[in-house]
Ligand binder design. Sequence first.
Ligand code: ATP
Ligand code: RIB
Length: 314
Amino acid sequence: MSKAVVFGSFVVDLMARSPHLPIPGETVKGSYFKMGPGGKGFNQCVAAHKAGSDVIMVTKLGKDAFGKVATDTMDSLKMQKDHLLFSDTEDTGIALILVDENTAQNEIIIVPCALNTITDEEVNGTEKIISDAEYVLLQLEVNQSANESIVKLAKRHNCKVIVNTAPYSPITEEFLSEIYMVTPNEVEVREITGVEVSDIESCDKAAKFFKEKGVEIVVITLGEMGAYVSTKERSAIIPSYKVNAVDTTGAGDAFNGALLAALTEGKDIFESVKFANAGAALSVQKYGTTPSMPDRKEIEKFIVAQSKKQAGIL
Ligand code: ATP
Ligand code: RIB
């Protein structure tokens, strides 16, 4: 039995680093270019898989060279490919990513292509794996009608739905009411709830909004501050690890993937968020998205080293 499913995007990332991000009309000479696997769904699935989770990826590709980037990556990582969907007419999605090499800030344009065409029939084809899974993790990069259908399917099979509300797009109250856990970042929280989060009090206010709609657990990622968690019983901010970040693109994905891996192995949500902070802290020290996801050994070694550092042993 597979414990988790990630239902979401694969795109090819075309990433360039430059001394500053161009303003409209400006051309900037870059210093580095890389093409590789990406998409929030795929990044999160790879992060969960490398962190030790038994996880299945469902995404939709074109029958083209960029689609092959997905299948080749999955082969090299020994991931299950049985639930990939293919479009006869649309291309594999792409993302253009610009990273400022001085500030590590980024700008992204994603063109979903085939990801906008997932049908109800294709969603229903996942019934067996959803019924076997404890969790399904979604993002907002595929057509929202597909996300709405998978949430209904998951509900019928007692599979818990985690939604990483990225990138922000409008969602309905009905959709929110069927979600077990949300994992927005600060920008998405502001867009969805109207609350500007900066501390535990403002996070509590935003969490109240989600809980009133029916969400059980609220996790808000707060960049280098760490992540806020709120359950029925308590809320807290779990601080991030202090590291030298060179590229934060995909930090949210590293966090969500590691979080899924920790939850599926039965860690409680507070322990899981600590583990997710470690996965994300490792990813921001490397360039790129999918390729920056750490494996289980790296995460465990990092957590041990950080505890020793805190205790003054190292
Ligand atoms: P992105 O869109 O860049 O992928 P995000 O906005 O979805 O990221 P963030 O809240 O910025 O997500 O970061 C997710 C997690 O990554 C944080 O909760 C934290 O654990 C970790 N993180 C982010 N930035 C840093 C940093 N500079 N140092 C250490 N950890 C970081
Ligand atoms: O979160 C990072 C991801 O967002 C990139 O891999 C890019 O594909 C965009 O979807």
